[in-house]
Design a protein around this ligand. Structure first.
Ligand code: HSE
Length: 440
């Protein structure tokens, strides 16, 4: 083994993931140092609980002041596990200014402030690892940034929020209602501190921002992601989709064509035979389409102490291995050289083309379906399937479900407005986008 002294790590946050990192580094210390070429030690940590047993048993110096760790001259790598925008952003920028490398699991921080953080790291000649920010233990950043670097990547579609996937799975398998399942996801500790981040798609949008950036070589643009969560999905929609051969998944989709890039997060009907449709519970999966490789699917635990620690520790090892490498010869943060990022425009949602599931609440009388199909036909929107259900007990209106072929969202918006204006249609039209995720 090398004669280099141990590398000292400073931890910011000693909660679930911090505990996982401490345990994995201790349990696998021998193999980790064989991989990294030198010993890795956590020597200083900032935590809210200064009586942490984890810290005591691991011999880690504890403080309540994160800045003390960031300014500790013995520390080479700061591992930021606080989450949220601030004080994480200021602490990371301070660490970089102090010449330290940073490893973070903070998707919100990277999605929103990553451009600033990577520029600061570039200026300081330091590294920022963020594998744990997307899909927990799945090494998707490394796979896209390095393993697929020979490809022109065309699209990425992922189940990247475990809580939303757990809720949709329970609604389908057990016919449970949304609020009831969310309460269980919170009790099980999957959900974000603010569960609206999970159910309204914000957490998935943070992760998609990062995936799109490294896939297409574009700056991080969280503000341009179209975001829709799962809070309006009913178990009836889940059941109707199943009857039509589809499953509803909450997907993050990044796609590019000659017009620009699409960045969108929304519930999506996908064919039941598509592998992503089988990803259940809190698991995550990311499907990537490259021109050379075709489709590649990456599956695994998207959250949890040790799966997330697996990604954090891999980043630490990467940083340790390259401590002595010329900063210009490292893998670029966003996969492409910083001066070679593209200004590909991000398309507004109205310009996106996709297929649709529509559910209407209609008066049960002749001619209603004809009116609806005429509105669609007038806009050249072609119908793939129609399903009319019995009115639920006690209800007057009948649910009509339509699946359409691909159409631009702007045109679908116009069609929906015209349908909603009909006397025979009583409630807002439910619209869920549909993707086949085949080879194009
Ligand atoms: N709340 C997130 C999820 C945790 O449910 O996927 C991992 O980022």
């Amino acid at each position: 083994m090398s004669s280099y002294p141990p590398v000292k790590i400073g931890l910011l946050g000693l909660g679930t993931v911090g505990g996982g990192v401490t345990h994995v580094l201790a349990r696998n210390a021998e193999e980790i140092s064989r991989r990294a070429g030198r010993e890795i030690l956590i020597s200083h940590a900032a935590a809210r609980n200064l009586d942490s047993t984890t810290a005591r048993t691991a011999g880690i110096k504890l403080t309540g002041e994160a800045l003390e760790v960031v300014n500790d001259p013995d520390i080479s790598i700061i591992v930021e596990l606080l989450g949220g925008y601030e004080p994480a952003r200021s602490l990371v920028l301070r660490a970089l200014a102090n010449g330290k490398h940073v490893v973070t699991a903070n998707k919100a921080l990277i999605a929103k402030h990553g451009n600033e953080i990577f520029a600061a790291a570039q200026a300081a000649g330091t590294m920022v690892g963020f594998e744990a920010a997307v899909a927990g233990g799945i090494p998707i950043i490394k796979a896209i940034r390095e393993g697929l670097a020979g490809n022109r990547l065309e699209w990425v579609a992922g189940i990247i929020n475990g809580t939303a996937n757990f809720i949709l799975t329970e609604m389908r398998d057990k016919g449970r209602d949304f609020p009831d399942v969310l309460a269980e996801a919170q009790a099980l500790g999957y959900a974000e501190a603010d569960p609206t981040f999970d159910v309204e798609g914000i957490d998935a949008a943070h992760k998609l921002t990062i995936l799109a950036s490294i896939a297409f070589g574009i700056p991080l643009q969280f503000d341009k992601v179209y975001i829709e969560g799962i809070s309006r999905i009913t178990r009836e929609d889940v059941a109707y989709a199943e009857q039509l051969g589809y499953r509803i998944k909450h997907l993050g989709i990044a796609r590019r064509d000659e017009r620009g890039a699409q960045l969108r997060v929304h519930p999506t009907l996908i064919p039941q035979r598509q592998l992503l449709a089988s990803v259940s519970g809190v698991m995550n999966a990311v499907l990537v389409r490259g021109d050379a490789v075709g489709q590649s699917l990456f599956y695994g635990a998207g959250a949890g102490a040790e799966p997330t620690a697996s990604a954090v520790v891999a980043d630490i090892i990467d940083v340790v291995r390259t401590l002595t490498v010329d900063p210009d010869n490292r893998v670029p943060h966003l996969a492409f050289q910083p001066d070679a990022l593209s200004d590909l425009p991000v398309l507004p949602m109205t310009e996106v083309e996709t297929c649709y599931y529509l559910r209407l609440q209609a008066v049960d009388r002749s001619g209603v379906l004809a009116d609806v199909t005429r509105i669609l036909a007038d806009r050249d929107i072609s119908i793939e399937a129609v399903l009319q259900k019995e009115p639920p007990p006690g209800a007057r209106d009948v649910p009509i479900i339509l699946l359409t072929y691909r159409v631009r969202e702007q045109r679908m918006n116009e069609a929906i407005a015209a349908i909603e204006a009909l006397d025979s249609i009583h409630a807002p039209v439910v619209r869920i986008r549909m993707e086949h995720l085949n080879s194009d």
